[in-house]
Design a protein around this ligand. Sequence first.
Ligand code: ADP
Length: 465
Amino acid sequence: SGARVRRAQNTKLSQYLERGVDVKFTDVAGLGKIRLELEEIVKFFTHGEIYRRRGVKIPGGILLCGPPGVGKTLLAKAVAGEAGVNFFSISASQFVEIYVGVGASRVRALYQEARECAPSVVFIDELDAVGRERGLIKGSGGQERDATLNQLLVCLDGFEGRGNVITIASTNRPDILDPALVRPGRFDRKIFIPKPGLIGRVEILKVHARKKPMAEDVDYAAVATMTDGMVGAELANIVEVAAINMMRDGRTEITTDDLLQAAQIEERGMLDKKERSLEIWKQVAINEAAMAVVAINFPDLKNIEFINIAPRAGRELGYVRVKMDHIKFKEGLLSRQSLLDHITVQLAPRAADEIWHGEDQLSTIWAETSDNARSAARTLVLGGLSDKYYGVSNFWVADRIDEIDTEAFRILNMCYGRAKEILEGNRKLMDAVVDTLVEKKSLNKQELIDLVELHGCIRPAPPSV
Ligand code: ADP
């Protein structure tokens, strides 16, 4: 609808111009009513004269607010594409330079180019990087940023109401922007782009499926249901991964199954990328360090290959890889002592949680290892390896369940006490392992040995069972 504006020919080399931007609104899915607001921005370009004649002020800047990957950049490009104007873009983090004046001069250059090639859209990604309220950052970095922000304000004012250069900025934090930026005539129009809902996700998947050889019966609703919480960027990725899957199998059509599998991979990746606070890193480190420090006390378990606390696919927390005598383990030839040692190691995270965080601050981080300990304790009793029932292994009789549990409980308590004793005696070593883990996220065998040599390791004498 409406007349296209002619793009000015620019012969000069431009740093910030993106050539060949040909995105249309039909490439952006799941927008619902937001689309109407964006169509209006297109009209500022195509029908600017009418707005001006009727005394309607054209905004200098539009703020697209929303989480990463929901399509803010794509939308800004679609506005330029629909209006047929030039698209200039810069990421605000590029403005924030260590040298005073560089950021400000980049802003000036950007707007100068945009004006020479008007009509144009100027897109500023991550506006909050430079538009954070002034005075919040101390030191010379703050000064530089203030200079950049001031320059941006000057440029925005220069185009206010003219409608031939419109700035679109994106941010996930409109709440922390400097009040001067959102004053009338500057970024006075805010558009919120939420994460897509179920129908939005179906539409986005379909947009990305348009150019792919999809099977006719693909169940987009099933994939959309599986991808709750995902944004357009992730959904686009799912379609790409599904296509690779199809190619790998030598098939010619992408199936629902390809998409579901790709969705699972994407979700796994999301978990792996999840950010952890320092507190959480530390908690996971204590969990894993406790197992390692207790394990190095025991002959069968002392061969720790490495400790890792970075999340990996399939493992949300970290893990300690111990080189066990696998043949013995497989053949069920573990001695009674090594089973007890194993139980003690599995209870170490619970003991550490109590020592480092206190009994009233316990978490459930050790739930899995405690389960391992419980089942090993029952195995020990059922196998006739406990003191009380040594050699007795006809425990399959149902009415002796209580006896088994009582004995298993006694063993668990004893091992728990031992784990606590070892950890308390090795606080220095524990702290060193935890700090190194938090810093480096993993520790190999030699690094662990070095820490043991540096801080010593107290080995309590083994108790009788
Ligand atoms: P943002 O700027 O919000 O971080 P982008 O616009 O860079 O997100 O999105 C990255 C990519 O994800 C896009 O190029 C597009 O392929 C896809 N995408 C994101 N949102 C949508 C959407 N609503 N419809 C279609 N594709 C989308």
